[in-house]
Design a protein around this ligand. Sequence first.
Ligand code: DI6
Ligand code: FE
Length: 399
Amino acid sequence: MDPASRTPYGLVNDGALVVADDATIAWIGPVDDLPPELLASARTVEGVDGGVITPGFVDCHTHLVYAGNRARDFEMRLSGAHYADIARTGGGILSTVRATREAGFARLQAASEQRLHALARSGVTTVEIKSGYGLDRETELTMLRVARSLGARCGVDVRTTYLGLHAVPPGFTDSEAYVDFVIEEMLPLVAAERLADAVDAFCETIAFSRAQVARYFEAAQRLGLPVKLHADQLSDGGGASLAAEYHALSADHLEHAAPEALLALAQSGAVAVLLPGAAYFLRETKRPPVAELRRLGVPIAISTDCNPGTSPLVSMPLALNLACTLYGLTPEEALTGATRNAARALGIGERIGTLRPGQVADLVVWDVDHPREIAYGIGMEPIRAVVRHGQPHYRGDSR
Ligand code: DI6
Ligand code: FE
């Protein structure tokens, strides 16, 4: 699918795709236009009769490294408790922090690996993984190391994000003192060990203020680390305009974003990452401003937000379905959001996310007649194969 072409979905009928020895796409187009010398020099030729090929999914916002689960919170919310109340009374994120601190590297790796395998089977070839359930020096570094280790184990490219400002951990009575600790000790350490590709923060009434996040972003940028933000998920905390001000790679969630902040977001070039799994699981009825984002031309990405508290979701096709049913995205927008725009949200759109020459050959071969079927199924994952760096990786058992 060539994004430059104007056919819906950029679909090429009766197409051919050539992978070079360096695992990039060498050529793509209608099979009738395939230069004969390319076919003659090919080492292997595979037919995908009747199938559809898309770029591999890029899951650009996950918290999949954690221990334990939050089924108890789920039960409490269904009996009337609110997410923010559970968080304020030591449940929520802090209960996952306790479990994650206790787990240690090996248990954390084993639990997280299962989730990443599930995502990979659902077509994900690149994943972003955040820290943020350690919130102390040792466990945050362990989380980032576990995240990095999972790439080779699951055959997925991993981008790591240091989520230092996720919650104020026990032992800090004052959130300012925790922000100081993160800025003075953690950011320099994470940067020196090259453990993170970016940093993130939770800008929210129950988490960190705009001023605190601004201070953290400045410190991160001085160390050369790109920033992104959990913006206006539960309330309007000025997150969208803050993300714009600091030229964040992405502003994520945005359910409660102020309409006047969106123009600044558009001008900043940030990607809006929408996370319908969290809206579904929290039964949030406030919708992100999709029409306004479209009107302003803000690229929209879709991700699972895989995490124990608000989105225990390990399927990208299901995330696409939720984006369509809950947010009114078209199946085509959802697919673009999970590939091209998600790659852009990670700052790696030059290398992955589309099918064009020069891009890495990360592909999904779908057992469908048309790409609209990818977002259509609820829990269907009609995957014939996932190809990573030009090599068949997962073989599906669809149909
Ligand atoms: N927003 C989210 O949706 C997750 N983190 C965040 O900042 C939730 C994390 C959790 O509840 O464990
Ligand atoms: Fe999140």
